[in-house]
Design a protein around this ligand. Structure first.
Ligand SMILES: [Zn+2]
Length: 173
């Protein structure tokens, strides 16, 4: 099992190698002042007319004979190496990335009670405890952390309701 540091360093090396391959693919073979056929790359020096004796290509503009030869396959290999090193890091740090990107609280339930909008949030990673947020006139008036709240109630024989001001010390809800 590779340590995190070695794996990260290897990924960085692969990424740089990938970038170098992409660059090399794009500028595979520069003209460097040599006139060449843009089709078959035959050297067009010492010819009576500017026409490729190999494939018959004729340049339409003078600069066409000084094109840089590219290697699409090398550039693609470089792209693949870069993509794989990024994919490996994303896979390795997926959980951390999700933690960084997604908010901790996930809306579970929402209930409008008169002027109050009660929203129950669940901890995305732990499930519980919950967070309860109460809104009034689009203003957040209350946030309670670590609460388990059942909205809407449930049918039970010993069901009872409580209101504001009720003493619920020792009560079995
Ligand atoms: Zn040619």
């Amino acid at each position: 099992m590779l340590s995190v540091a070695i794996s990260t360093a290897l990924c960085a090396v692969f990424f740089i190698v990938g970038l170098a391959l992409i660059y090399k693919g794009i500028v595979w073979d520069r003209s460097c002042g040599r006139p060449r056929c843009a089709k078959c790359w035959y050297l067009l020096i010492g010819l009576p007319e500017l026409r490729c004796p190999e494939c018959g290509w004729r340049p339409t503009r003078e600069r066409d004979v000084f094109k840089t030869r590219r290697s699409v396959s090398i550039a693609c290999i470089g792209l693949l190496v870069c993509a794989l090193s990024i994919a490996h890091q994303v896979h390795r740090h997926w959980s951390g990335i999700l933690h960084a990107v997604l908010p901790q609280w996930k809306l579970k339930e929402e209930l409008q009670i008169d002027d109050f909008l009660v929203r129950l949030y669940e901890d995305r990673w732990e499930g519980t405890p919950q967070q309860v947020r109460v809104w009034q006139d689009s203003e957040q008036v209350l946030v309670m952390n670590g609460w388990m709240l059942l909205l809407g109630g449930e049918s039970r024989k010993d069901k009872r309701t409580i209101g504001v001001g009720d003493d619920i010390t020792g009560a079995r809800l």
